[in-house]
Design a protein around this ligand. Structure first.
Ligand code: ZN
Length: 390
């Protein structure tokens, strides 16, 4: 099979234009707590695909598609926010002080272009030239507190005309397609999930479907908490971009995922242990459809799954993710085949989820009756309200 055929198989008939949508979405800025541009773009794409949608008090975009009969609620979640910076001060010389929003390696910041606020004021994070550093400085790690953003202003007054304390700053890098089916862009985490979720909203299922585009994931999985309390789902699938470290010199077990090896499935991370039966349903779907998949080998990091799982009466959750090298930098890299395979796997999983939910599916564990009270002559609501003497 030649290279092009491999990509065609992976895309399974999906248009390459989806990659253009993804690229556009990575050019929108949505630093945690400031996700409006991303949300507005997504609303335009999904408003005709769903029965209803609303933006909640936190800023989550919650969409609804009525099911055709099965009394179960399925939540899909992808976060709209990205890591970035928050302007915390303006020096007399016009340079901007900042704090990181989300997890960013300080070493990544030096020499990077950023754009600030809704007008996208251009700036650069400068540092002392190597010529002027003494040997100790050359050896030591750069501290965030020693960095500033230069917007070219001559002094504080001039800087204050274009930026304000409290503005957010995002990396200013356009996406690039390159190499062997690769895309390089900022914010692939989690615009990949956002694009996949918008595609999944095209179909209607027997269960009620809630597509949730969440806010503030990068600073503690916050939006998902409010969204899942509103939805109270039975099952949730979290669509993500995840760490990938498969470079030379890394031992196998430290490679969280490998680029090109297919969607990443999480058994456990710092936020969640996935539902084993749901995970099995997903891997069986992948095998049936001939989609490659990989288990994430490291347990660091967390996703919205961690918050959603413990909401309401408990939720059966599993993340499906696109591996992204250099995640949380301006130049994260994904393989287009992984992206299309993740979409295809999520679609396949949903297509057979009703059977799985009702115990008719090809599964070893027929415990789909979870959440139903096994008491004779007692209705479930009475059970939960504690009105029984069982
Ligand atoms: Zn993420």
């Amino acid at each position: 099979m030649n290279e092009q055929n491999i990509l065609n198989t992976a895309s399974g008939g999906y248009p390459e234009s989806l990659i253009d949508i993804l690229k556009k979405l990575t050019m929108m800025d949505g630093v945690s707590g400031d996700e409006k541009p991303v949300r507005d773009f997504i609303i335009e794409r999904i408003k005709d695909r769903v029965d209803s949608w609303y933006v909640d008090n936190m800023g989550n975009l919650i969409t609804f598609k009525k099911g055709t009969g099965l009394n179960r609620k399925v939540m899909l979640a992808a976060h709209m926010d990205e890591v970035g910076l928050l302007i915390t001060g303006i020096n007399d010389n016009g340079l901007l002080k900042f704090k990181a929003v989300g997890g960013i390696d300080t070493r990544v910041l030096v020499g990077k272009r950023v754009r600030i606020g809704k007008d996208g004021v251009p700036g650069v994070i400068g540092y002392k030239p190597i010529h002027l550093q003494d040997s100790t400085e050359r050896q030591s790690t750069v501290k965030k507190s020693g960095l500033t953003i230069d917007i070219g202003a001559k002094d504080r007054d001039q800087a204050e005309q274009s930026v304000s304390v409290g503005d957010t700053a995002a990396f200013d890098y356009d996406p690039v397609e390159f190499g062997d089916h690769k895309v390089m862009a900022k914010a692939l985490d989690d615009r990949v999930g956002c694009v996949i979720l918008t595609e999944l909203l095209k179909s209607r299922y027997s269960f009620d479907l809630y597509g949730c585009f969440t806010v503030q994931e990068e600073i503690g999985l916050k939006g998902a908490k409010a969204a899942s309390y509103a939805v109270v789902p039975d099952v949730a699938i979290i669509l993500e971009g995840t760490t990938c470290y498969d470079l030379t010199g890394t031992s196998e077990h430290m490679m969280s995922t490998r680029l090109g090896d297919g969607p990443s499935l999480t058994v456990m991370d710092r936020s969640v242990i996935s539902d084993r039966d749901l995970l099995k349903h997903i891997t069986r779907t992948a095998d049936k459809l001939g989609i490659p998949w990989q288990v994430k080998r490291t347990i660091s990091g967390g996703t919205d799954a961690g918050r959603i799982q413990v909401s309401g009466k408990g939720v059966r959750v599993c993340p499906i993710a696109v591996p992204c090298r250099y995640i949380h930098t301006p130049v994260s890299v994904m393989d287009k085949r992984d992206f299309f395979h993740t979409l295809k796997l999520a679609e396949g999983t949903l297509a057979e989820l009703a059977d799985w939910l009702t115990g008719d599916g090809d599964t070893d564990v027929k415990d789909s009756a979870r959440g139903t009270a096994h008491t004779t002559g007692l209705d479930q609501n009475q059970f939960w309200e504690g009105k029984s003497d069982v």
